[in-house]
Design a protein around this ligand. Structure first.
Ligand code: BGC
Length: 692
């Protein structure tokens, strides 16, 4: 998200157009029209053919107009204005080309004034549930359409490479397999609602420090194995309609003019047939390079794709008419393929939002992502337990800040959720005085300290402690220590957008990670604390023991190569606070009878406890040493809900890619691999050798 002052300054300096929404609807062309007059309106023709016919009918000026959005200030009003869109690409009424509207937000809900504020994507990552991902995408797609949008700007598929990433909360964590496995069903479900999904930020956009120009230097194997697979899954399996190229450069070339990634990889290897748009205002860095590289449209207005600049590049023979046609055809083809020409504009028939359904989805995704990291018998809370809630974060709605932040309609804070569930009085201390907090804690059976970090777009956290991750709050680390000293039944509930340091973890009785849990977060937290719901989450990121160095700007070499996240900790056998994939349950699960036959791996999961719960069996593969790969890579997971005493036989299917590494192409590795199955990347009781 560009800051208001930067954008207003840009608008003033460049004399950019500001399109009012009313203006856009006046220009609305409506449906394509009759095929007799406009052959591209013939629905029986394939999208490519229709786009080809239309491109022939467009004047050069009209084509150049389609290569950029028309509303510079959209992004600044979507947080509060229910009538605004983040982007608008004006159509060509003469030929029935519709105006296309893009929703604010996307990764965590529709941002168009208040709306359903879903839990942050990192919470969905923690859910390890493809069904929850589909529910999430369906809601974003449905609400996006009902609010008049043709496109939603999500999901974000960047890997959480540095634990302190400012936009870490928008990611599904540090693993490429998990990210792709959740992204694809999200996109399919969203697009089924009739909108297009724009995946972002392609490729290797992993930090905020120096974000408009940092240069990620990434070798091709690392790129293919770590950073690209989520996008590949989104394109091949999710059928994503659009791709947003990032602000950053990759290997010295801006992402939005990087022909290697926009052309050879995306369209060549993966067969992408949609369109590519720049990230907002400063994503596109140059005119001819972007046209040649494969960026189809610039958003939210034409800076490098202004008609003047494009005409000049044509005149100077830096680009050709054929290249312009290619860009315009990619955009139009996508609109044809997604039915945009053949339906009434959504904006002309806005539908009401099912608020209750939104709340239900928000709550179930939140519960599904709540991750229980420590429980010394204190949870679930027993009826009649007196409870004290402590910390300023308990009384606030906690979310990440940036372009994906949705203004919640009627959020439930942790304090409100716990109060509503507890019945009777719940004592509360805001944490501004450690002495008062300790006194309040001492008087209750259980003390619940609610803490948070403050991640935001455009800035990475300087370090990973709570104190440093939320500098505007009371010293939350000191608060936890003080309360834990006053009450041995202290439970800490974290609402953070990624990993934080937990140096006090052995002094407390319970630790619950709720992430940024969305508008029904307080209800979800209370339900998990009281055992009405189970803690469904597992960590999609490692919680490390020590801090991280501040992110560097400028040229950032990805020298760790494949050793991202848990891959590095496992390869070096480094201790961690909580490993990737980890999360406790209120019941117990046993894993047994591992059997590998061909590419099928089967295992039995049994609920050996006395309450129902969900297990997340995870499959990790270790390549033969000769492959030069980090050990234990996630290649499969399932979420299975089991009543006490019940078992389920779970099947994972590995494919050729599971056993392959990138060496100028995907090469299956010969030799003996180790397959391990269990409950986390460091809790793998079953193993088998697979020789190929
Ligand atoms: C962000 C994108 C977002 C866009 C429009 C940019 O600053 O990087 O993720 O979609 O703004 O909101």
């Amino acid at each position: 998200m560009i800051s208001r002052s930067t954008a207003v300054a840009l608008v003033a300096v460049l004399g950019l157009p500001l399109l009012s929404v009313a203006g856009s609807s006046a220009a609305a062309p409506g449906p394509c029209g009759s095929a007799a007059a406009r052959p591209w309106c013939d629905r029986d023709l394939p999208p490519d053919r229709r786009a080809g016919l239309l491109v022939k009918a467009l004047t050069l000026d009209e084509k150049l107009g389609l290569m950029a959005g028309d509303d510079a200030l959209g992004p600044l009003s979507t947080e509060t204005n229910p009538d605004s869109h983040e982007g608008t690409v004006r159509g060509v009424p003469r030929l029935g080309v519709p105006t296309v509207l893009m929703a604010g937000g996307g990764p965590a809900g529709i941002r168009q004034g208040p709306g359903t504020a879903l839990p942050a994507p990192i919470a969905l990552g923690a859910g390890f549930s493809t069904a929850a991902a589909a529910r999430y995408g369906r809601l974003v797609g449905d609400e996006g359409r009902r609010r008049g949008n043709d496109i939603v700007l999500g999901p974000a598929l960047d890997i959480l490479r540095i634990p302190n990433a400012g936009r870490g909360y928008e990611s599904y964590g540090e693993d490429p397999y998990l990210t792709g496995a959740l992204g694809a069903p999200w996109i399919r479900a969203a697009q089924k609602q009739g909108v297009m999904s724009m995946i972002k930020h392609y490729p290797a956009n992993n930090q905020e420090t120096d974000r408009y120009k940092m240069n990620a230097v990434v070798d091709s194997r690392t790129m293919r194995e770590i950073y690209l697979p989520p996008f590949e899954a989104a394109v091949r399996r999710g059928g994503a309609a659009a791709v947003m190229c990032g602000y950053n450069q990759v290997n010295g070339k801006p992402s939005c003019s990087n022909g290697a990634f926009l052309g050879s990889v995306l369209r060549g290897s993966w067969g992408f047939r949609g369109f590519v748009a720049s990230d907002w205002l400063v994503g596109a860095k140059n005119t001819a390079g972007s046209v040649r590289g494969g960026m189809d449209i610039e958003m939210p207005v034409g800076l490098v794709y202004s008609k003047d600049r494009l005409s000049e590049a044509l005149r100077d023979k830096k680009i050709t008419r054929g290249q312009i046609d290619k860009r315009v055809r990619a955009y139009l083809r996508t609109l044809f393929a997604h039915g945009v020409f053949d339906r009434a504009r959504y904006r002309d028939r806005p539908q009401t939002i099912d608020v209750a359904a939104g709340n239900r989805t928000a709550q179930s995704v939140a519960e599904n992502g709540v991750t229980l990291l420590r429980n010394k018998g204190v949870l679930p809370l027993k009826a009649g337990t007196s409870v004290a809630v402590i910390g300023s974060s308990a009384a606030d709605y906690i979310s990440g800040v940036g372009s994906s932040r949705v203004t919640p309609r009627d959020p439930v804070t942790a304090l409100e959720g716990i109060r509503a569930r507890a019945g009777g009085t719940v004592a509360y201390a805001d944490g501004s005085s450690l002495t008062a907090a300790a006194a309040t804690a001492r008087r209750a059976d259980v003390a619940i300290v609610v803490v948070s970090d403050a991640r935001e777009e455009a800035e990475d956290l300087k370090c990973l402690t709570l104190k440093c991750g939320a500098p505007d709050r009371e010293d939350q680390d000191a608060l936890i220590r003080r309360v834990a000293a006053a009450n041995r039944n202290t439970v800490v509930v974290m609402q953070t957008g990624g990993p934080v340091l937990t140096p006090w973890r052995n002094r407390i009785a319970g630790l619950v990670q709720a992430w940024y849990p969305g508008e029904r977060g307080g209800t979800a937290i209370a339900r998990v604390l009281y055992g009405d719901a189970e803690p469904g989450g597992r960590l999609p990121v490692t919680f490390p023991l020590t801090g991280v160095k501040a992110a560097k700007g400028g040229t950032v070499r990805y020298t760790e190569r494949l050793h991202v996240g848990y891959r590095r900790y496992n390869a070096r056998k480094l201790p961690v606070a909580y490993p990737f994939g980890y999360g406790l349950s209120y019941t117990k699960f046993k894993y047994s009878r591992l059997k590998v036959s061909g590419n099928r791996v089967q295992v039995t999961v049994t609920n050996t406890g006395n309450r129902s719960g969900s297990a997340v069996p995870q499959l990790y593969l270790t390549f033969p040493r000769s492959a030069g790969e980090p050990p234990r890579q996630l290649k499969g997971f399932k979420k299975v809900t089991l009543a006490p005493g019940r078992s389920r036989r779970v099947t994972f299917v590995l494919d050729q890619r599971s056993f392959s590494v990138w060496k100028s192409g995907w090469k299956a590795v010969r030799g003996c691999h180790t397959v391990e199955v269990g409950s986390s990347s460091r809790g793998l009781p079953l193993s088998a050798r697979v020789c190929r």
